[in-house]
Design a protein around this ligand. Structure first.
Ligand SMILES: NC(=O)c1ccc[n+]([C@@H]2O[C@H](COP(=O)([O-])OP(=O)(O)OC[C@H]3O[C@@H](n4cnc5c(N)ncnc54)[C@H](OP(=O)(O)O)[C@@H]3O)[C@@H](O)[C@H]2O)c1
Length: 324
């Protein structure tokens, strides 16, 4: 089978498309033919081992797992002796931010992993694009209590996390405001934003509106800048550590001081995220945005694009372009 191999940390140009053995399933494992996967920001962090702390997860000097990829949607091709919950031919998808080696034509996975069957009406590309951003968005909302009708502002609502956060906020009955660039303003409205700030034309932190929550889904702002637009007891939560890791420091300090709080959303409980993503997909409440679909031989190009920080929603890799 074909797989992208990275033997050292660095640029996407170090990725090589190589022939490797198709994995063989253990008793409680399955082999999946990958149809779709994404190149996401977690893959980029693993590719370059940036921030440095990634190395404690991915290998100190060089990558311990040479195949990247954190999500997949595909088809069960072989099952181990003790597998009874799945059959060959089942369509399944899954996510693990520690890595699933899904930048390959086939992968091996335990039946105990964070996976689920894909409903009939959902195609492979949509299934693959519904996981990473949504998992982190869910892990922002599940860190604080909220009430229907409260106001949330999502900065970077055109990104994978922001897009999912916008739709999740609308699903929870919050009044959602979005910050994005000019080309995505109409999309934000169609996904449920009641108010949109075009960051190319205005600075959302200068608004007279006040919010219960600011979700900085791209980490392009700071607590200091957003504090004036937070209501009393308002919360700032970011997907990034912030300048000099300040969000970690504020997360420890602000619960004891002042009327505003910073939360750093350490992600967990992937199975719960997949269950909710599945429910929202089936109910038509979540439409994962796909910016581009690259055929598998253009993964290097896909990484360069994702690293530019300008994707809208998700970038999908098609491992079987002839079949879709
Ligand atoms: N904490 C965690 O566990 C975790 C996990 C995964 C990712 N992350 C981080 O979360 C962040 C978001 O990830 P993602 O995949 O959602 O990102 P993404 O899809 O790459 O986000 C890109 C989007 O952000 C928009 N953007 C760029 N500059 C902006 C600005 N100044 N104001 C508002 N929007 C702006 C871009 O719009 P334009 O087209 O206008 O540039 C683009 O649509 C990344 O920084 C990533 O490293 C954190």
């Amino acid at each position: 089978m074909k797989a992208y191999i990275h033997k050292q940390y660095g640029s996407p140009d170090l990725l090589n498309l190589e022939d490797v053995e198709i994995p063989v399933p253990g008793d409680d494992e399955m082999v999946i033919k990958v149809h779709s996967t994404t190149v996401n920001r977690t893959d980029c962090a693993m590719l370059r081992a940036k921030p440095f702390i990634m190395r404690f997860l991915t290998g100190l000097m060089k990558p311990s797992n040479p195949i990247l990829g954190t999500d997949f949607a595909g088809e069960v091709k072989a099952i181990g002796k003790k597998v009874d919950a799945y059959r060959t031919g089942d369509r399944i998808f899954g996510f693990n931010d520690s890595g699933l080696s899904s930048h390959a034509q086939y992968l091996k996975i335990s039946t105990q992993a964070d996976i689920a069957k894909i409903p009939e009406a959902i195609n492979f590309h949509t299934a693959a694009a519904s996981l990473e951003g949504m998992h982190y968005a869910i892990n922002m909302f599940n860190k604080f209590a909220f009430e229907v009708g409260q106001k949330v502002l999502v900065n970077g609502a055109s990104g994978a996390i922001g897009n999912a956060a916008l739709q999740l906020g609308a699903y929870y009955g919050l009044q959602v405001s979005a910050v994005c660039n000019t080309k995505n303003v109409e999309m934000m409205k169609s996904l449920g934003a009641l108010e949109v700030f075009d960051y190319e034309k205005e600075d959302f932190t200068q608004t007279d509106s006040r919010y219960n929550f600011v979700l900085d889904a791209v980490g392009k702002s700071t607590f200091g800048k957003c504090k004036p637009i937070l209501r009393p007891k308002g919360i700032y939560i970011s997907s990034e550590l912030g300048p000099f890791g300040q969000n970690l420091f504020y997360a420890l300090l602000t619960p004891m001081t002042g009327s505003h709080k910073v939360i750093f959303p350490v992600p967990s409980r992937i199975k719960d995220s997949i269950s909710l993503a599945l429910k929202l997909l089936v109910d038509g409440k979540f439409h994962p945005v796909i910016d581009r679909v690259y055929p598998y031989h253009k993964v290097v190009e896909a990484f360069h694009f994702v690293e530019s920080g300008q994707k809208t929603g998700n970038v999908v890799i098609d491992w079987n372009p002839a079949e879709h």
